[in-house]
Design a protein around this ligand. Structure first.
Ligand code: SF4
Ligand code: SF4
Length: 244
């Protein structure tokens, strides 16, 4: 007995925050800890396990002394119609990754089937990004209810209306919000008693509402989240690199 307990599917029992097994000082991550997932999970587990190992080697508590994550929300406005990100909406459909011809792929088992994009295709595909890290942030007290943002929104996801029970409110939006797993954003009461309701499922993050708003009640703000790191200098460096 090496002191490691095993559970479902004969996998080691691992703490999901620290990645330490039931034997102190032995850590697991990725497929070896929780079964098959993707490589992104495995890398994240590796980062968290490395933090635990560092703390453990220093004789510190791997749970209580974990470094906190950092986050920020910052305006991306650079000028009246200028943003730090590309906000042109592209209706171009997804490009399929080019493959080698079937007759070559079946003949040579070692040949790489997916050829990948060339630089021009990669740029085109990247431009389809909906900038999900850039959020529309609404400040109700600045809104004068001119309805200009509602007017310009290309997908009609902004609504100024009287409040009501959620199912009924969902059904009378300009584009009814049928996806119940997506919360609606409902502002506090505005000066006329109406509320602003937005369905995030429909928003394409184009920033036109923030460009049109005469009072700055809408802003496009980027959300950055960084896992905690034991090295404060390293965390500050990664943070700066990311928000650049
Ligand atoms: S960012 Fe664009 S799509 Fe989203 S609410 Fe504003 S105008 Fe509408
Ligand atoms: S454009 Fe600005 S001020 Fe006018 S309704 Fe929209 S958020 Fe309010």
């Amino acid at each position: 007995d090496i002191g490691i307990e095993f559970g479902d599917w004969s996998m080691p029992k691992v703490d999901k925050e620290t990645f330490m097994s039931t034997r102190p000082g032995v850590f697991f991550g990725g497929d070896a800890a929780f079964g098959p997932k993707n490589i992104i999970w495995a890398v994240a587990h590796g980062h968290q396990a490395a933090i635990s190992i560092d703390l453990y080697c220093q004789g510190k508590d791997v749970k209580k002394e974990r470094p906190a994550p950092a986050s920020s929300l910052a305006s991306q406005k650079m000028g009246i119609h200028e943003w730090s990100y590309t906000n042109d909406y592209s209706a171009v459909r997804r490009l399929h990754v080019p493959h080698v011809k079937n007759e070559i792929a079946v003949k040579h088992l070692k040949v790489e089937v997916e050829l990948g994009y060339d630089p021009a295709q990669a740029l085109k595909e990247a431009r389809r990004c909906l900038n999900c890290d850039v959020q529309t942030v609404f400040t109700p007290k600045l809104c004068i209810e001119c309805d200009a943002c509602m007017d310009i929104c290309p997908v009609d996801c902004i609504n100024f209306t009287v409040n009501g029970p959620e199912p009924e409110l969902r059904s009378r939006l300009r584009v009814p919000a049928m996806n119940k797993t997506q919360d609606l954003y409902v502002s506090g009461a505005l000066k006329t008693g109406r509320v602003m309701v937005k369905d995030e499922d429909v928003c394409i993050h184009c920033g036109l509402c923030a460009e049109r708003c005469p009072t700055g009640a809408w802003d496009m703000q980027k959300f950055v989240y960084l896992e905690g790191q034991t090295c404060k200098k390293g965390q500050a460096f990664s943070y700066q690199a990311y928000i650049r």
